[in-house]
Design a protein. Structure first.
Length: 436
């Protein structure tokens, strides 16, 4: 245990939990669970008392007199089970981070609807707020408020220098499957891996397949499957997207170790200049720009076909929310903390201190120049000019189905299972969820 000023730091090096809290225990202490580590600050070598979350807590305590204990859960994949177990036992946090979509909806009984606590004007300042309403319905209960930098966007990042060496002009940057194949063939000829993929966890499949599919099906396609109006196997566009996804490996366009390489290692492969492209979220901007500088390029990920009806769509939107638990004994104080985190001043602090000023935000009160790098400014234009945005594939699926997608998609990509086997298994799991 180490003490930083008035904060107590407890680290469990197994990677499951870190607790930061006020040294005093006066009255009710508000418990806040945060998903993921503030790794930007940690990677920069800053001590814990300089991390944004701890600075914010100190400001909130000084302003309100309410004590806050922060627990950070670095293991994001196990968080949903921890949150549900705490909800059943009613011994969890008062305020918590939570992933939108299936994780949030599956835990709705443990989440306090926030509509009575927020005015229409307050909510009008948040883009895509319906992403955190139950089942995405405009009249569904509001289960959370997005965190400052949760407006994620899926992008294609590419190495301009490798593209130039391969003879790929700006006009030839891939926009559909056929132009991707053409670019990858040129890159292979100069002895470079075209696309870096680390799909050990199955995340890349959710990233790469959805834009292919949604470019043809629109936002409603996956909703029709989830709500039981059709199956994966019956949806020709989904099957075609799965085949296009699989051929990236079968044609030799990815690194051969896609199944054994994790997400972080895939990003490192690209950032170190050993692959020409990577498909991931805007969180790649800070590290990619730092390592590649002017070599870094960014574009939208591809459509299924050149004539796809929804070509140019954006994937992402708010992905992680802050919620208040239904069993908290101090709901007013918990909401007060949520509103503090979404205040203009704190949003700017979170972006500039905690996120290295790269990315985008769903909060309209944040000045555009808060993000300093050119790629964040490009994101604003991409989102503004997109025909529409579609929420992350895994977040739209029931939790059991999303887990199955994570498990099977690396097998699909590496040709360890056929497309027909893949969609049949997805339908089997989906049917169980629809019948619940």
């Amino acid at each position: 245990m180490k003490r930083f000023g008035g904060l107590v730091l407890v680290l469990f090096l197994g990677g499951t939990l870190a607790v930061f809290g006020s040294g005093k225990k006066e009255g009710n202490t508000l418990k806040y669970w945060m998903i993921g580590n503030p790794t930007t600050e940690a990677d920069q070598g800053k001590p814990a008392d300089q991390w944004y979350v701890n600075q914010a807590v100190k400001r909130f305590e000084a302003k309100t007199g309410i004590k806050v204990e922060v627990s950070i859960f670095p293991d994001q994949s196990a968080f949903a089970d921890k949150f549900k177990a705490a909800g059943i036992a009613k011994n969890g946090p008062d305020v918590s981070g939570i992933w939108g979509g299936s994780v949030m909806f599956d835990n709705k009984d443990f989440i306090l609807p926030l509509d009575p606590y927020f005015t229409a004007d307050e909510l009008s300042q948040i883009a895509s707020i319906n992403a955190f309403r139950y089942n995405y319905k405009p009249d569904g209960p509001l289960l959370g408020i997005p965190n400052a930098v949760s407006n994620d966007s899926l992008m294609l990042f590419y190495n301009k220098e490798i593209f130039k060496q391969a003879g790929i002009s700006d006009a030839e940057i891939p926009t559909d499957v056929n132009s991707l194949v053409a670019a990858c063939e040129k890159i292979k000829k100069i002895g470079v891996t075209p696309i870096a993929v680390g799909d050990q966890e199955g995340y890349y499949s959710a990233f790469m397949m959805l834009p292919l599919y949604a470019s043809a099906s629109g936002a409603q396609g996956i909703r029709d499957i989830v709500e039981g109006r059709k199956t994966f196997a019956q949806d020709g566009d989904f099957v075609a997207a799965a085949r296009a996804y699989q051929q990236m490996y079968s044609l030799g366009y990815t690194n051969p170790d896609v199944v054994s390489l994790n997400d972080s290692a895939g990003q490192t492969l690209f950032a170190s200049g050993k692959a020409a492209m990577i498909v991931t979220g805007q969180w790649m901007i800070a590290a990619g720009y730092q390592l590649l500088g002017d070599k870094l390029g960014m574009a939208k990920w591809i459509a299924l076909r050149s004539d796809a009806k929804y070509k140019g769509l954006m994937v992402g939107g708010p992905s992680q929310a802050v919620c208040v638990t239904s069993y908290t004994k101090i709901p007013e104080q918990a909401v007060q903390f949520v509103k503090f985190l979404m205040s203009k001043e704190e949003l700017i602090q979170c972006i500039t201190v905690g996120n290295n000023s790269a990315g985008s935000t769903p909060f309209k009160v944040v000045p555009p120049d808060t993000f300093k790098d050119p790629f964040s400014k490009m994101l604003v234009d991409f989102n503004k000019n997109a025909p529409f945005s579609v929420f992350w594939l895994d977040n739209q699926l029931p939790q059991e189905v999303a887990t199955e997608l994570y498990r099977m998609s690396p097998l699909l990509l590496s040709s360890a299972m056929t497309v027909d086997q893949y969609v049949a298994k997805m339908d089997e799991v989906m049917k169980r969820n629809i019948l619940k």
